[in-house]
Design a protein around this ligand. Structure first.
Ligand SMILES: *[C@@H]1O[C@H](CO)[C@@H](O)[C@H](O)[C@H]1NC(C)=O
Ligand SMILES: *[C@@H]1O[C@H](CO)[C@@H](O)[C@H](O)[C@H]1NC(C)=O
Ligand SMILES: *[C@@H]1O[C@H](CO)[C@@H](O)[C@H](O)[C@H]1NC(C)=O
Ligand SMILES: *[C@@H]1O[C@H](CO)[C@@H](O)[C@H](O)[C@H]1NC(C)=O
Ligand SMILES: *[C@@H]1O[C@H](CO)[C@@H](O)[C@H](O)[C@H]1NC(C)=O
Ligand SMILES: *[C@@H]1O[C@H](CO)[C@@H](O)[C@H](O)[C@H]1NC(C)=O
Length: 372
């Protein structure tokens, strides 16, 4: 009798230990993706920054995002980190702590060992988002065994927006009513439309895609053929289009606006020289501009992504400019990417864009950063 109770207790103990073990495996399931917060530093630049914890104990380093950079640079105190390794020159490696994510919220801080960067002193720290082996997406992919892929959502406001590394479905709060204690999140992944990544022109860094044409959709659509490889990334604020296509787009834009009664004004705003004094109603009637990339993919942008407000007045300038008369090349600027999720899939060599999240009653600031 006493012995059988002992046996039952032992079996229960084994069962409890087994379940606890199973739970710890499940709890520690390897993450498939990570999320960080990005912020826009000023309204008049293409600069976005993110803060990452480097070293043990962690030091906070604020990096500018740079899709044209292949080596991250950090101002960092190596003597205060027990996990720091000096490699060659000022190339170094250390532990970076990132939040894993389930696509809805950050889930847990995870230490990634051996992340490589270059030590600098007081220079601007840069998070290299290039496709090479030393750039951050490849470093994260190797350290955490996640997909070699990243996606950013560039916010149009000062609020934090997400940057993802790895493979996950992306969920954002949309304008749906609260259910219980949560707002239902919208899976924006199915809205991604992909186009192949092109190797940038000789001597250029970063990412490029083929821009086939630009269409102004107002009443009857006007399509201007472009046929150029356009850089896409964090390098420029405003979209630039090669000549003579740009001049045709500008003419088409002006003839559409003549109908809607936009009042042209002589103001200039930095490189923007096509400015209007318009009412809210006219802003809403501004045409949809559709960029066609490669053969299959298109991105429709509304006034939010091409009319630039000047000094909080009712003056707006056309945020698409000429790449210049000679040897200029096309660029998709950060202003046109704002409030879109842009995914760079370095394994499948393609770039995906959701189109305006505002049209889905969301925006880049609608990712829930409250840790589960
Ligand atoms: C993880 O997310 C939480 C909540 O947003 C934040 O407070 C924390 O700083 C993040 N940690 C890292 C390592 O990014
Ligand atoms: C190399 O790192 C040291 C220590 O942070 C720093 O003082 C020095 O300026 C760095 N050298 C270069 C070329 O950035
Ligand atoms: C990427 O993530 C999605 C959603 O979580 C999943 O359905 C898909 O199988 C993943 N793909 C790979 C290659 O892991
Ligand atoms: C813009 O138009 C409004 C209404 O017509 C006018 O009051 C305002 O002075 C104009 N602003 C400029 C800078 O032209
Ligand atoms: C266009 O889409 C079709 C069908 O989805 C696909 O087979 C083809 O590879 C795509 N072409 C390009 C250039 O992306
Ligand atoms: C954000 O996520 C937290 C859990 O991490 C949840 O409690 C909260 O309700 C969410 N907020 C919204 C607005 O959905």
């Amino acid at each position: 009798m006493g012995e059988s109770i002992y046996e039952v207790k032992t079996m229960l103990l084994i069962l409890v230990l087994f379940l606890a073990h199973f739970e710890s495996i499940r709890g520690a399931a390897a993450p498939t993706a990570f999320v960080g917060q990005i912020r826009r530093t000023s309204l008049s630049s293409s600069n976005y920054v993110t803060t990452i914890q480097l070293g043990t104990p962690p030091q906070l380093v604020t990096f500018a995002l740079d899709t044209d950079a292949e080596i991250s640079t950090a101002t960092f105190n190596p003597s205060r980190s027990s996990t720091f390794h000096l490699l060659r020159g000022n190339m170094s490696s250390d532990t970076a702590t990132l939040n894993s994510t389930d696509g809805f919220v950050p889930t847990a801080p995870v230490k990634l060992n051996g992340i490589k960067f270059k030590l600098v002193n007081g220079k601007k720290d840069v998070l290299a988002l290039g496709a090479g082996a030393l750039a951050f997406p490849t470093q994260v992919s190797a350290a955490a065994r996640v997909a070699k892929k990243f996606a950013y959502c560039l916010g149009g406001s000062a609020n934090p927006a997400p940057i993802f590394f790895g493979n996950i479905s992306y969920y954002f709060d949309s304008g749906l009513p609260q259910q219980g204690d949560r707002y239902p999140e919208l899976d924006i992944t199915p809205y991604l439309k992909y186009t192949p990544l092109k190797t940038p022109a000789h001597g250029k860094r970063g990412y490029a895609l083929e821009i086939t044409s630009v269409t102004l959709n107002a009443g009857s659509a006007v399509t201007v053929k472009v046929s150029d490889d356009a850089a896409i990334g964090t390098g420029a604020l405003y979209t630039r289009i090669v000549e003579p296509a740009y001049t045709h787009i500008r003419q088409a834009f002006l003839s559409v606006l003549a109908v809607t009664g936009f009042q042209r004004v002589s103001s200039h705003h930095g490189p923007l020289d096509l400015c209007f004094n318009i009412t809210v109603g006219q802003y809403r009637s501004a045409p949809l501009i559709t960029f066609t990339f490669g053969r299959n993919s298109s991105l429709g942008v509304t006034a939010d992504n091409y009319l630039v407000n000047v000094d909080n007045s009712n003056i707006y300038c056309f945020g698409i400019i000429s790449a210049g008369a000679k040897k200029g090349s096309s660029v998709i600027g950060t202003f046109q990417q704002q409030d879109n999720l842009v995914e760079f899939d370095l394994e499948k060599k393609r770039v995906g864009m959701t189109g305006s999240l505002i049209a889905l009653r969301s925006n880049c600031a609608n990712f829930n950063f409250t840790r589960a």
